[in-house]
Ligand binder design. Structure first.
Ligand SMILES: [Zn+2]
Length: 423
């Protein structure tokens, strides 16, 4: 069994990067006229580590890439070492493929034994002739003539194999943070933050309400330590404050939230689809942390809806029904029924008994809302402003085809009014 030339222990997500670099070396070797190629074998390890600062369990996955082969191998010779003469004393960079029993000693001076000249301040090479076992020091000008190895290739390879292990040069879009988390741990920390801060704040809302987004606070808790002393102390204090919220109930809440997310019916929602995929994952990487945290408000919303749905009364059904309630949502849709195309405005009205009536917004009603919106001269758009306005109209109200008694559809809405006293 051959010994590996090198073993690289890297975070698992870096594995393809490393393998790509090894392949690149092989391609270079081919171009340099080397018959040998590097091969490798990979072993994976995985273990859970408790972060000493945050107490959050993380999953650490590593790849052990064992690289075999000798790209400095040329027929009849074994490359033993590069002798670096740049410093006061020579440095030996031993070829890891050289059998261990082969003891190398640094030469006294940079003498090329091929041509007999001194090669001051330049690299020289120690090469073994396989047939005789003799070791010679050869200068770069003579290396090719002596054994057929290009000195340029030697340095390219030596740098290249070190580059395989280089962590700074990672492709853009890949975060350096490579530790993984369990979805439950992330959801629980996010939930503790929400309990501390009062509500979940999305990145989009953060600017509007002048608050820090929940996911950024989350990264503060689970992420790397701040380097600046003052910032570090603040971070530690915040971590403790979040930790104080943690108890059996929050753990159970996170378990329930994950179970809910796993069982969710995504329908057409890619958000819910992602949520489901994340909740079903055994471990998530840093790029999924934000989406995982979003399970918290999604689950909370579902809990509220579930409770609220139980309180809803039946929607009124029939012709010429007076529908009165508060606009809950208003939006614009393609008008699929119009020969001329264009858009049509739609809304959901929440009635006082909690039932919902879907309706098109009659143009007369839209004009009324638009006029009032202009008078209000707020920052929001007319649709957002309209939400919360109390309206009344007459319509033929049809039941939901899904058999949901608390939801109905208004046809031919007429006689609209915008009532005073918005909800
Ligand atoms: Zn020479």
């Amino acid at each position: 069994m051959t010994e590996p030339y090198r073993i690289f222990e890297v975070p698992q997500w870096l594995e393809p990067v490393q393998l790509d670099r090894i392949e690149r070396l092989n391609r270079r070797a081919k171009r340099a006229g080397i018959a040998e190629q590097l091969t490798w074998s990979i072993a994976h390890t995985q273990y859970e580590v408790k972060d000493p600062d945050t107490g959050v369990m993380r999953i650490k996955r590593e790849s052990h890439i064992a690289v075999f082969g000798d790209l400095l191998k040329v027929p009849g010779y074994t490359f033993a070492a590069t002798v670096d003469w740049a410093l006061d004393k020579p440095l030996l960079r031993r070829n890891p493929n050289l059998p261990e029993e082969y003891v190398l000693t640094a030469p006294e001076q940079p003498l090329c034994e091929h041509c007999g000249t001194l090669r001051n301040r330049k690299d020289t090479y120690l090469v073994v002739e396989d047939a005789t076992g003799t070791l010679k020091q050869v200068g770069s000008d003579c290396l090719m003539a002596y054994c057929g190895l290009r000195p340029g290739w030697v340095s390219l390879f030596e740098d290249g194999i070190d580059e395989v292990d280089e962590r700074d040069d990672i492709p853009s879009g890949v975060r350096r943070e490579w530790l993984e988390f369990t979805p439950e741990a992330i959801v629980e920390v996010a939930y503790c933050i929400v309990r501390k801060e009062g509500s979940y704040v999305s990145r989009k809302q953060a600017d509007v309400v002048s608050k820090t987004a929940t996911v950024d606070l989350l990264w503060w808790v689970i992420g790397r330590d701040e380097k600046d002393e003052k910032a570090y102390r603040l971070q530690q204090a915040y971590r403790r404050a979040v930790e104080e919220r943690h108890n059996e109930q929050t753990v159970q809440w996170a378990k329930d939230a994950i179970a809910w997310a796993q069982s969710v019916e995504p329908g057409n929602s890619d958000f819910l689809y992602n949520v489901k995929v994340i909740a079903e994952a055994k471990a998530i990487g840093s790029r999924q942390v934000g989406l995982c945290a979003a399970i918290v408000p999604a689950y909370e919303r579902d809990l509220v809806n579930h409770e609220e749905r139980k309180q809803r009364g039946p929607a009124p059904i029939g012709s010429g029904i007076v529908v009165e309630g508060v606009i809950e949502r208003m939006w614009s849709e393609e008008n699929e029924f119009s020969y001329y195309g264009g858009t049509v405005d739609k809304m959901v009205v929440r009635l006082d008994n909690g039932s919902r009536v879907y309706s098109t917004v009659a143009s007369k009603l839209y004009d009324m809302l638009y006029t009032r919106w202009q008078e209000a001269h707020g920052d929001m758009g007319v649709y957002d402003w309209a939400c919360g306005q109390r309206v009344r109209f007459v319509a033929n109200v049809e039941p939901s085809r899904k058999g949901d008694e608390t939801t109905a559809y208004a046809k031919r809405p007429r006689k609209p009014e915008v009532l005073e006293g918005a909800a």
